[in-house]
Ligand binder design. Structure first.
Ligand SMILES: Nc1ncnc2c1ncn2[C@@H]1O[C@H](COP(=O)(O)OP(=O)(O)O)[C@@H](O)[C@H]1O
Ligand SMILES: [Mg+2]
Length: 248
């Protein structure tokens, strides 16, 4: 651990009612790092991500983002969410807005850009995710993979310093997963700092600087993909990976 970690999660614990869903979770990221959270359903992956942008409130621990305490009661949550983009499993696009309309909304409403500036920014971001030819399409006219790429462009349009991805390809038909992973791979190459929950293990292996394996709200094991995938130290990690592999 160094003093200049970009994201430093320390001993984060969270309860829903009586149920403790995160137990002293810790990990760190440098700027430009890609960290992939893996683990069985219900292990706390989404909750951990959501604590980072305060969609969920951790009751204990510390989350330092660029030196600022995310869990501080004084934190400006709106500013935090401008700086931390999130891509969900479901795309949640506005059906009555075109791709450009969906992507321009945040820059226009939240960042206060002019209509022209917001549209230009939206076009740039849609181009970045390979949708330059679908600017004026409505969500219903797009495939799931294209809709998710609009979702990514929407997050990028706020110029976030950290991107969170929560199983971005889980809702997609298998043949549409590749195009979304390709866009994410491009962001990695551009140096985007990304915290990703995914079951796409070959993607994780290719891009992750570190894999964090969560089970029952606890970090069981973490390390570089080569280590975690080839030589897991914990039996639980090996069992989980075998189970995942048998579903591929
Ligand atoms: N809003 C909520 N209210 C109560 N319990 C929740 C809520 N969200 C998640 N949980 C519980 O927290 C645990 C972790 O869930 P989650 O973070 O969604 O896991 P994962 O994303 O790894 O599948 C589960 O037991 C889940 O039922
Ligand atoms: Mg989840």
């Amino acid at each position: 651990m160094s003093d200049d970690d970009f994201l430093r999660v320390t001993d984060v614990s969270k309860w829903y009612g009586e149920e403790q869903v995160l137990h002293d979770v810790s990990f760190e990221m440098d700027r430009g790092d890609v960290t992939v959270l893996i683990g069985p359903s219900g292990s706390g992956k989404s909750t951990m991500l959501r604590c980072v942008n305060r969609l969920a409130e951790a009751q204990e621990g510390s989350i330092l983002l660029d030196g600022e305490e995310v869990l501080s009661p004084d934190l400006d949550v709106d500013e935090l969410r401008r700086e931390v983009g999130m891509v969900f499993q479901g795309f949640n696009l506005f059906a009555h807005l075109t791709a450009v309309g969906n992507v321009a909304l945040g820059p226009r409403r939240v960042l206060g850009l002019s209509e022209t500036e917001a549209r230009e920014r939206a076009e740039d971001q849609l181009e970045r995710v390979g949708l330059a030819d679908q600017l004026d399409s409505y969500p219903a006219e797009l495939s799931g993979g294209q809709q998710q790429r609009v979702g990514i462009a929407r997050a990028l349009a706020m110029e976030p310093k950290l991107m969170l991805f929560d199983e971005p390809t889980s809702a997609l038909d298998p043949e549409l997963i590749g195009e979304v992973l390709e866009v994410m791979h491009g962001l990695v190459d551009e140096g985007m700092t990304m915290l990703v929950v995914t079951h796409e293990m070959s993607f994780a292996r290719a891009v992750a600087d570190e894999i964090v394996f969560l089970d029952d709200g606890r970090v069981v094991e973490r390390g570089p993909p080569e280590q975690l995938f080839e030589r897991p130290e914990e039996e639980r990690t090996g069992r989980f990976l075998e189970r995942i592999a048998s579903h591929d």
